[in-house]
Structure formats: structure tokens, C-alpha cells
Ligand binder design. Sequence first.
Ligand code: FE
Length: 339
Amino acid sequence: MNIKTWVPSTLVVLALAITSVGIAQAKSEDSVTVYSSRKEHLIKPLFESFTKDTGIKVAYLTGKGGALIERLKLEGNNTKADMFMTVDAGNLWYAATQDLFQAVQTQTLKRNIPSHLRDPKGLWTGLSVRARTIVYSTERVNPTDLSTYENLADVKWSGRLCLRTSKKIYTKSLVASMIYHQGKNKVGDIISGWVDNLAATPNAKDSHIMNAIVAGQCDVGLVNTYYFGRLIAKNPNVPLKLFWANQDTTGVHVNVSGAGVTKYATNTKGAIKLLEWLSSVKAQAIYASLNKEYPANQNVASDEVVSSWGSFKQDKMNLAQTGVLQADAVKLMQIQGYR
Ligand code: FE
């Protein structure tokens, strides 16, 4: 090879390289890929609306949260996912500990979503709020007897309480929040009282708890509010009501469904745009009402049915604590025989 031919051929190679990078960028910038444990019917309408607004397409893959986290770990920097969506801050926190997210702290997210619903480092953001509170039989419970989660350990509820299994993340996060406010010793005693008051072995689903109360097996239980919303949509006359726990103390334990931009996103810019869009007034109204949840953006009103359950004071503990204290919660429940 002499110098005359060497120079132009190098230029050709460089030009090709630049062109192919350009194509790759153009391709990834008009599409975002999301792995989601939220079901398709809850996310598809939003993604379609986002595409209409921005021209950015959204490809998505739905599955169980735990399986998607394992998949993201296995795929590492080869993953196609730009965003991971799941439910419960305990799960989002776990994904963050597995180094699956990158920090995103934009003014838009800070403005739209209250800080207790976001990871302090910006690794994930809450996008819808669910409250975990007391549900009771309107036939057998006088609501003036109800007050707090702690009070369900009182002997007056002996043989009348239904709870979800301790294996469920919702239970772990609630107990973690109680440990945050009251310390392990006190919460150990409360769990011991809960276990003593159980009418039956812990339930596998929130809907089973409500069915058991309707069937007369127990009188009170703890559920995420949207399950109550689904039940009354099917059976408006069901003899159950929600009671807002801990209104004179720490507030109702709230949790989120949320999302984070993946560490190895190929379209970080697009994923941030989607995350910000999901926090917007327009998206929040759709997102929350699809599953009878509360908007995370405080400038958005709840849907009519959800509003009819009344307003409440929510626990403002930063939800990352549900993860930080998760192991303590699990250990306490094991010690106290909460299955
Ligand atoms: Fe759920």
C-alpha cells in the first residue's frame, strides 16, 4: 500500500463508521424499550398517548417483576431495556441495589413527584400511589373501634383479623414503615398481637381477605386500596368499607408503582423523556385511574370513585426506607411466627 491509496481508503472507513453510528442513534432515539411488571392494559394506553405526543415509539415486554429483574441482571450491558417499571418501593429498591438503574434527577420530576415518593439518589420514581389500609365489615364492626395498624394487635380483635402472607412485598413494606417509626421492639410486640388475633392462616391475595370478611370468616383486614376499588366495581353493595389508619399519628402507609431508567439504556434521553411524561398532569390522570390508584403528582385529582373513599393523611416516610428496613421486617415476622 502506498501513501496515495492509504489516505482515501482510511477516509472511506471513517465515513462508514460515522454513518453507521448515525443510523444507530437515529434508530434508538425514536424508540424506547420498557420492561414492565405492570400489566399491558395498564401501560399500553399511556405509551400510545406518549407516542402521539412525542413521536417516540415504545416497545415493551411484560412479566413478573422478579423474573424481569433477573433478566436485566443476566443481560447486563446487552439489554434492550431503557426503562424498568414495577410495583412497590421494596421491589424498586431491590432493583436499585442490583445496580440496574442510573440516577435521574430532573427539575420536571422534582416538580411533579413529591420527594418521599422518589429514590433520594434519583434511581427510581414513583408514578402512582396506593394506600395500604384497614378494610372492615360494615355489618360487624363499629368504625369508632378502629384507629391504627398497631391497634389491630389489641385483644378485642382476637379471632377477627385477616392478613396477607408475610412473604408478600406489600406486607414487608408496611412492617418496614412501622419499624421506621417505632423501632423493632415495639413492632415485634405488634406483630405478635396480630398473629394471636388471626382468624385464619394469612391470605395469598388482598382480594381473598375481602372475600373472607364478606363470608364472615373475619371482620377486619389490611388491603391496598385499588383491590377495594376493583371489588366495588363488580359489587357496589358489598358490606365493606375502608378505614384510614393512623390519622392521628404517622398517616396511612402509602406505596407506589414506579420506574427507573436502566443503567445500560441505549436511549437514556428517550427514557428520561418518557419518565417525565409519565409524571405529567396528562399522564397521571390516566395512569392512576386505570387501576383505581392515586396520582403521584399532587396537582392531579383522583378519579371520582377513588375520591369517594375520602381524603386521608399519608405517611411521608421516604419510600426507600421500605427497602432499607426490609430485612429487619422479614426477620421480625419470622421470629413472631407470621407466616
Ligand atoms: Fe397488587
